[in-house]
Write a protein that binds this ligand. Sequence first.
Ligand code: ATP
Ligand code: MG
Ligand code: MG
Length: 550
Amino acid sequence: ENRESVNFIQKIINEDLAKGTYGNRVQTRFPPEPNGYLHVGHAKSICLNYGLAKKNNGIFNLRFDDTNPTKEDDSFVESIIKDVKWLCPDWEERIFFASNYFEKMYEYAVELIKKSLAFVDDLSADEIREYRGTLTEPGKESPWRNRSIEENLELFDKMKNGEFENGKKVLRAKIDMASPNINMRDPVIYRILHESHHNTGDKWCIYPMYDYAHPIEDAIEGITHSICTLEFEDHRPFYDWLLSNLEDFKTAPTKQIEFAKLFLTKTMMGKRYLKKMVEEGYVDGWDDPRMPTVAALRRRGYTPEAINNFCEAIGVSKAQSVVDIAMLEHAVRDDLSLKAERTMAVLDPIKLIITNYPEDQVEYMETENNPDNPEMGTRMVPFCREIYIEREDFMEVPPKKYFRLFPGNEVRLRNAYFVRCEDFVKDENGNVTEVHCTYDPETRSGSGFTGRKVKGTLHWVSARHCQDAEVRLYDYMMEDQDYDKTNFLEKLNPNSKVVLKNCKVEPSIKEKNVGERFQFLRHGYFIIDQDSNDSHLVFNRIVSLKSSYK
Ligand code: ATP
Ligand code: MG
Ligand code: MG
């Protein structure tokens, strides 16, 4: 089984444990930038990092990579913490902020200057770009590259003290302008930005660049395996260069390991696009159940177990691919099948009257809560003369192989009796409004009746006892795979949300709470949505019962 197979990252960890590279320590982290909500791709990274720490008796850190003051916000910090706690239920909360290391980062920059490995450059951003060269042509050294250590120290101190405007100077690592890897051509490591930061306020007006900050963050926390996505592969030489040149970290520098990002069919990821969907009202917020955000998956009714199992099942690799969203749906069905109570709900009701059933009689039918999990017990479901069935379970003129109700046909009402259709009523528009049946008392469920067989079994709810509900059916956000950044708004699935306002659910639902999950027989898995209140019940469909996954 896939679950047991050792992925390539675990193999690297095994080697390090055998060699004692980091003693017996394994420590991973998830390093989001607090500039948006997490999506299912981030969940993949969280499950991977958390899972590796757990399997190896290690430690997992949540670290906010908040080194860029312009895009970050505290509200995102809170939502990210909530999501990570939800996905990692027994995580001992270890939450860090890269911005708390600004002082250290500054000291390490001074160390580089003192080693003649960094210099203050006066070139403008455009000039730096021009000097950088191309894949086929080497870069050109900055005329400021050979400043003395003393001059560099003095200028860097002035940069820090706010003596220069934005863009007037930068600090660059001094490596190799002829390197075939452009990331090694004297990369900028500090820039001037007179800007307030969500954590450090106005303390700093120079901020470290991502490529400089990230390895130091990892190393300060004692991360052993720094797992990131493939686009950072050619940043690794600088990661290694930096740590091996800092006295604090050179003996056992953190190891950067890259894996392929998760992409899902029929799903748009990427914070920028999701933000646009929210801001322009294409969805009802970040946690709209159609969104691929973790907040939306939670509201939709996905379980953290299902998401963790899905991430295990798809594994981790270096080859980019798109995972069929049906696999995610399979994981949630798999997780809920033994956990969710079976309940009868009629989404598009039509009244069925049992004309020979006593007017005032109510019977309570014992029903298993989950036939696949007898430990979940039974409940009593009321049955009486008037019930609701699905509109599609009756046809005036049945097509071939239709075994449900039509005039003259007999079906089983689940956990109750056989009923035979005797008549029906239509309104002036020709819509059927009532189906009239007779029942056979001998056919009561559990009575052992074997006199005759019927082919159709219908679910139903008692009209007198049932609870009204609104049911929201969700479908994929994108119609197909054929979209890009420029046209994705045109490719949104227009039927991604269907709201049914007149549903009828069996009365046992009245005792349930927001967040509880059920299987509505024949319809799929549903959760009670947070929009519910005492007088209005709202369900989200988590996933339908049938899978298209082979
Ligand atoms: P996006 O571009 O989708 O907004 P991001 O990479 O900018 O994502 P970060 O906050 O920087 O968002 O990401 C935090 C971590 O999540 C990073 O280590 C990143 O590599 C990882 N990550 C982001 N997207 C995916 C994905 N689709 N699959 C796996 N890991 C991902
Ligand atoms: Mg990023
Ligand atoms: Mg991004």
